[in-house]
Design a protein around this ligand. Structure first.
Ligand code: ARG
Length: 424
């Protein structure tokens, strides 16, 4: 059963239950946040304003979510379409930073949370709320991202995280929902996967996914076609970039949201973007996620390819380190950390030259770059060819280069392998 709000607080931004008057609830319409909506009114005697953010998660009916919130007693329910802002201010920088965490996770959730939390701050302020409530558990990264954002941007606002403190399991939540007339989406019979999605990807956690030796069951894939069922004919897509951002698909200029959606649809059809990922969470846990990231699985490699072409070997080696640092900061919930801005300044500068076109061939789960072109490529077919010499490159200079280039390695080798120096 529901327990009363815990009065002991650990962090400065946690709400004292006695002073919670009006709560901005980040509302998805699902079981947790619907139970929260009632529970906050009952347990705190507080008013609740709901905020639902559209980041391009497919299949949502926002009118239904809004109606449900109002029926469950919300004072107001605001539905915000933040797709354009998400694409321009969060996904585009991630593309410029080739952002992958742990070698495979394109960070869609980690990119969405700081924006959702920022919007929560904006709406809490404009609707006179003193507290923000979210539905994260105490075991994940999302609580870190959301609370770090709120505590950074709005020190005057407090936070409550009922799911973290109320100690209701799923059964008890369902019981609570029944008692309070809260409809349960999708029925109460089988525990669903824990899903989070937006236009940059979709994650599934829970159930058999927690068994590391359990291969993915077919029903987890709701976005990407299983590769074995993908078309027998390959398809090649061309993506044009300007300054590191995709601007056209197959020769047609599109706004970033529409472009990402269109790439995702084509990739999904060809089974592209399934990632079965073991991940080190910020809170210490090691977990497994199943990701479906068809757009990222095409656009990130395409961007990276173009960037490698227009940059020198030194830029390419250096930027890879910064890319990794960028992904880690964002994963770890520190979107507002000044270092991220510093890194972005570097990313933007490098990406000034990342203009050109990349073609990616899609076939049964694979996406492979097949052609590239850029006016800024540090590439000269004549120089690269075996057939010719001259121009900027002198083959005659090569032996001199090799002698000096290998000098220290040769000296060290001699030192360590000299039989005269070997002990008996
Ligand atoms: N593991 C990913 C991350 O930490 C995805 C989390 C999905 N969140 C969720 N509440 N289901 O960013």
């Amino acid at each position: 059963m529901s327990s009363l709000p815990n009065t002991a607080t650990t962090a400065s931004y946690e709400a004292d239950p006695a002073s919670v008057r009006r709560v901005l609830l980040l509302y998805s319409g699902g079981l947790d946040t619907s139970v929260m909506l009632k529970w906050i009114q009952d347990s705190y005697g507080a008013e609740v304003v709901c905020l639902t953010v559209n980041l391009g998660q497919p299949g949502e009916d926002y009118a239904v979510i809004e109606g449900k919130a109002l029926r469950l007693g919300a004072l107001e329910c605001h539905v915000v379409d933040a797709r354009e802002q998400f694409a321009a201010e969060y996904v585009a920088p991630a593309i410029r930073a080739n952002a992958l965490y742990g070698g495979g996770y394109p960070l869609f959730t980690a990119l969405g949370r700081p924006l959702i939390a920022k919007l929560a701050v904006d709406y809490a302020r404009s609707t006179g709320c003193d507290t923000i409530a979210h539905g994260c558990t105490g075991k994940g990264n999302d609580q870190v991202r959301i609370e770090a954002t709120i505590a950074t941007l709005a020190p005057e606002l407090k936070v409550i995280a009922p799911v973290r403190s109320w100690q209701m399991g799923r059964e008890e939540e369902i019981e609570y929902a029944r008692e309070h007339g809260i409809p349960i989406k999708g029925g109460a019979e089988t525990a669903p996967y824990s899903i989070d999605d937006n236009l940059w990807g979709r994650s599934s956690e829970g159930r058999w996914i927690e068994d590391l030796d359990h291969a993915p069951e077919d029903d987890v894939f709701q976005l990407v076609t299983r590769p074995e069922e993908a078309p027998d004919e390959p398809e090649t897509v061309t993506v044009e970039f300007e300054r590191g951002v995709p601007v056209a698909l197959n020769g047609k200029r599109l706004e970033l949201v529409a472009l990402i959606e269109a790439v995702a649809a084509i990739g999904a059809r060809h089974g592209v973007g399934i990632v079965d990922h073991i991940e080190d969470r910020i809170v210490g846990l090691k977990v497994r996620d199943i990701y479906e990231v068809p757009a990222a699985a095409i656009l990130l490699p395409a961007h990276h390819e173009l960037e490698r072409l227009v940059c020198t070997i030194h830029q390419n080696q250096f930027k890879a380190q910064l890319d990794q640092q960028w992904a880690y900061l964002v994963y770890a919930g520190l979107w507002w950390e000044p270092l991220r801005g510093d890194l972005d300044a570097y990313m933007d500068h490098v990406n000034e030259l990342v203009t050109g076109t990349i073609a990616v061939k899609l076939y049964k789960g694979h996406a492979r770059v097949v052609t590239r072109s850029s006016p800024n490529a540090v590439y000269d077919a004549g120089l690269a060819s075996f057939a010719q010499s001259g121009g900027l490159f002198s083959q005659a200079a090569a032996p001199g280069f090799i002698e000096l280039w290998s000098l220290q390695s040769r000296m060290a080798w001699r030192l360590h392998h000299d039989p005269a120096r070997e002990r008996d």
